[in-house]
Design a protein around this ligand. Structure first.
Ligand code: ZN
Length: 242
């Protein structure tokens, strides 16, 4: 096989390995980001609960004041009752007292409901506080673990990068350039195998005459469909072709 092709195959293998390390690092970092997001979501919900609680407490104070006003009015009307002369005045005062009693009953029911709602919010806040506490502890542990794991990955990556640095300059500048461009355009895969007359990058057929050239491996061939660099390696399971 043409030396340039075998160097390209090696370079692609190295770069794929480096990409793999980067992917590993990314997913490790993502674990931390996800955990941080989960904590932030809970803290946001806690804030919403606290805002709701403030509104409910305000409503509770207002309702309690209304109730006390009604109680005051009842006392006032009861005092007046002792001074009234006519039955009509008496009836009017009785009616007012009844209305205020009804008001008090409504207020009492509302106060109970509000207390229950406030308690629900309080419980949710406590629950979220506990969850956050647990998650923050996990985050601290995970951050340490992830930092260590990334350190190990980077150590492995460094070795592979050293291999790359010794190999890449051995390629012709034009080949390097084309390889780099293909890597960028083809999601990291610039050099691909062929199998049964097909490019394994885009899975399109290669014209028979070109495929013969690929099989010989004397010169660099590019896939007519995806422009990737093609090579052929004999495999045990491959059926006769071309
Ligand atoms: Zn192709």
């Amino acid at each position: 096989m043409n030396e340039e092709i075998s160097k390209l195959i090696d370079l692609q293998a190295i770069d794929s390995e480096i990409d793999g390390f980067d992917q590993e690092i990314y997913s490790k970092e993502q674990e931390i980001t996800d955990r941080q997001q989960s904590i932030a979501d809970k803290e946001e919900e806690m804030n919403r609960c606290r805002e709701t609680m403030e509104k409910l407490e305000l409503k509770h104070r207002e309702t309690k004041a209304e109730l006390e006003d009604a109680q005051t009015r009842i006392k006032d009307r009861q005092n007046k009752m002792m001074q009234v002369q006519t039955s009509r005045e008496h009836q009017a005062l009785l009616k007012e007292i009844e209305e205020n009693k009804r008001q008090i009953k409504e207020n009492e029911e509302l106060l109970l409901q509000l207390m229950e709602q406030i308690e629900n919010e309080e419980n949710r806040v406590k629950e979220l506080e506990n969850l956050c506490k647990g998650e923050k502890k996990l985050l601290a542990e995970e951050s340490d673990e992830v930092a260590k794991a990334i350190e190990l990955i980077n150590a492995r990556k460094k070795k592979v990068i050293a291999q790359r640095e010794s190999l890449a300059p051995k390629l012709r500048p034009g080949t390097q350039k084309r390889y780099a461009m293909l890597r960028e355009k083809r999601n990291g895969n610039a050099v691909v195998q062929t199998r049964n007359g097909t490019c394994q990058g885009c899975f399109m057929a290669i014209p028979p005459q070109q495929y013969n050239e690929v099989l010989k491996g004397d010169k660099i061939n590019y896939c007519p469909t995806c422009q990737r660099i093609l090579y052929y390696l004999e495999e045990e399971n491959e059926t006769a072709d071309a």
